[in-house]
Design a binder for this molecule. Structure first.
Ligand SMILES: *Cc1c(COP(=O)(O)O)cnc(C)c1O
Length: 398
């Protein structure tokens, strides 16, 4: 492993503060059309959100890391029973908060529920940062990070991943300055799949000033099987670092992506600040009830998660056997470093009815989907790897 030098301020040019702001978004083929009112320049420069492609009837949608299993009957029943939509929901989703507090052995004030953990990320950034402040995270990592930092008015500081697509935590610690207000650690990292170890994380926390918020984004925690990986609940339970907040979600392992419910565990004073910046009443009663029903069926859901993790391991092993260089995969997805050939490779998958998530010039993320999709992914991947030059970074060293 050859860690690259820390490269703070390696924000893509479209995000750099020095860039002359565009007056609006590209809305059609005619090119940029200025908005009718004055938009904050850093907002106008943001690319509009692009969702993973929708799959055709006979295609597999492997582009959004969704859970391929249908909702449990108990979850569907809970939704059917929650019909009083003329009423606002409970503002703090207190039943779910108490249930999670019991589940993880923390105080209920140390749990905060949001409409997806992405919304809690946004709340935390608004709570700790503004113009002139910096937020450090690894890159490439979760697509939402740069936009959320810019929306808060702060400056993103992106630290390149190591050669093996892992967080370079020493470089991230070195990128922290007196302007840094938060650092995001994504483990397993979306989209590369690699996990940070417990020891690495502890060392990292020890090397970051205590007044800097450390967000441990664990959207895929339940899929992790590598021993020694960081576990936010263990970190918070044993080490009790007051500046660490762990984020988890019901979207991935628990299959509630469409309902929008996630949670944060951490110091109640930090979570109070997140509550203050939140949009009130955005966690619906349906989301809360479905999450409670999911926790009631947790062992059944975790059994499904074990199937997905095993499927992931089989997929990664098959890809490596076919000649791909696949980083350690600890989420419900695998990463192919297709580099300059990414768009062509993604098109080859799409032609065969497999919708993947390409990141032009870097690689593609393929979610672990339905059982029948695995063989198909392997078949197409085996032919795509043959189209790559011998020395391509996507190929395993012979
Ligand atoms: C999916 C995901 C989330 C959370 O998604 P929500 O649906 O908003 O809970 C957070 N972080 C990462 C890295 C993700 O991939």
């Amino acid at each position: 492993m050859i860690p690259r030098a820390a490269a703070a301020h390696t924000v893509p040019s479209r995000l750099r503060r020095t860039r002359a702001p565009r007056l609006g978004r590209v809305t059609d083929e005619q090119g940029p059309r200025p908005a009718p009112v004055r938009i904050r320049p850093e907002i106008a420069a943001l690319p509009p959100y692009r969702q993973g492609k929708q799959a055709g009837a006979d295609a597999f949608k492997l582009s959004s890391n969704e859970n391929p299993f249908d909702p449990l009957p108990g979850v569907v029943e809970a939704l059917r029973a929650t019909v009083a939509v003329n009423r606002y929901p409970d503002a703090t989703a207190s039943r779910l908060r108490h249930r999670l507090a019991t589940r993880f052995g923390v105080d209920p004030d140390g749990v905060h529920i949001g409409a997806g953990s992405v919304s809690i990320l946004a709340q935390l950034m608004l709570a700790v940062s503004g113009p002139g402040d910096e937020i450090v995270y690894a890159w490439r990592s979760f697509e939402a990070y740069p936009g959320l930092v810019l929306i808060a008015g702060a400056t993103p500081v992106e630290v390149p991943l190591t050669e093996d697509a892992r967080h370079d935590l020493p470089a991230m610690a070195a990128a922290v300055t007196d302007r840094t207000r938060a650092v995001i650690v994504c483990s397993p990292n979306n989209p590369t799949g690699t996990a940070v170890t417990h020891d690495e994380f502890e060392q990292f926390v020890a090397s970051v000033p205590k007044d800097v918020l450390i967000i441990l984004d664990e959207a895929y925690a339940e899929f992790v099987t590598a021993p020694g990986s960081v576990d936010g609940m263990r970190v918070l339970g044993v080490s009790r670092h007051p500046n660490v907040v762990a984020l988890r979600t019901f979207s991935k392992a628990f299959g509630l992506a469409g309902l929008r419910v996630g949670y944060a565990i951490g110091d109640s004073r930090i979570l109070d600040a997140a509550r203050s910046t939140s949009i009130p009443l955005s966690v619906t009663a349906q989301a809360e009830e479905a999450a409670l029903a999911s926790l009631a069926a947790e062992s059944e859901l975790l059994e499904r998660v074990r199937h997905i993790s095993a499927r992931r391991d089989a997929l990664a092993a098959g890809l490596r056997q076919a000649g791909w260089r696949v980083p350690d995969a600890q989420g419900n997805f695998v990463w192919l470093p297709t580099g300059a050939d990414t768009l062509a490779a993604a098109a080859a998958f799409e032609e065969e009815g497999l919708i993947v998530r390409p990141f032009a010039g870097e690689g593609m993320r393929i979610s672990v989907g339905e059982e029948e999709s695995v063989e198909k992914v392997l078949r197409i991947a085996a032919s795509v790897v043959q189209t790559l030059p011998e020395a391509h970074a996507g190929r395993a060293l012979a």
